[in-house]
Design a binder for this molecule. Sequence first.
Ligand code: NIG
Ligand code: FE
Length: 417
Amino acid sequence: MKTLIKNIKRLVGTQDPRSPLRGSELAMLPALDDAFLLIEDGVISDFGTMQQFEADRSYEPPQVINATGRFVLPAWVDSHTHLVFAGSREEEMVDKIRGFSYAEIAARGGGILNSASRLHATSEDQLFISAWERIREIASMGTGAVEIKSGYGLTVEDELKILRVIKKLKQRSSLPIRSTFLGAHTYPATFKDDHEGYICQIIEDMLPVIAADGLADYIDVFCEQGFFSPEETERICRAGMYHGLKPRIHANQLNLSGGVQVGVKLGAISVDHLETMDDDAIGTLAHSDTIGTLLPNAAFFLRMPFQPARQLIDAGCAVALASDYNPGSAPSGNMNLVVSMACIQMKMLPEEAVNAATVNGAFALEWGSQLGSIAKGKKANLIITKPIPSLAWLPYSFGRTAIDTVLIQGEPIISGK
Ligand code: NIG
Ligand code: FE
């Protein structure tokens, strides 16, 4: 099956880097004007200028998309979500408006524990159906690959339940999905005063089954004051690594938790959140191969200072952008909004934000050679915009969708006008 996209006003992201873009590289986003792109069997098989197309080709395949006036770019790679969950938590938003903090709401049995008890009461089938809807929703907004974490189970039975749902989503969805075990999201009520007991349960009862059943690609820990210390984070991650799960860590969201340092020490694929950073944490990250994944929607929703993207990039870090889609701190999987937030609030250039939300997101999921940019042989997971004047118009026109069509492995999932 062949599809030709022709007369593309600008084909954005024509690159194939071998490693995540860092520092000043992030501002370089190669593009071709007046371009074509050919898709064969779900993969980008060729691209170039229309002039080259007209000189070299004597036929057009049966399926042709005319992209006059439109930009084509790689679909977003959302490398951090918690999109399998049961029920929404808008009442906590109202509690926050009334003045309670995130930590206070968690201490009152809200927060993650609230989602855990709802998940416990929800069937696996129902969880699958609601998560499937969310995947359709994010794909329609331009997301072409996603990572999903567990962490709303917090018992052996329920962590396995949520991971089985993610596995089923992987099997049934054309969207590439990575799965992360986040048993160490918080302590369940039954282990409130027995942290050691819960950590042992993660290491002895959860991890061996998860590994044996192939239920996760990565291990994650919420390294935060009042949750898991750097020492506990290291212990849990090392147990995961023993079972073949690479670490990615929730680090430095609410406090200088030491999460960045422990993540770098362990060779984590990424350290995520990074709202609260100092020079040591920034320097440590800059001198490592670990990607810093910034989640501006969570900072926005929790009214926290945004991640210091400029300092991170200027120090030479590799940064990615992701949504953190979850019911408590970021109830939106809209990566277009993430890119707008990154530009408007974090002073990332549009080119930097697009690179962070595409190619670096792909590297954060170890899919750098398959996704996230326009290169021959990569999956044809693409965004075709409406007619737009410039790349900067994407973040500028925040809250509005500039997307006309999303292709997942060459197949349109929304066709607008
Ligand atoms: O990434 N920080 C920890 N976990 C989630 C929030 C989870 C929740 O409140 O349900 C996050 O922001
Ligand atoms: Fe998160």
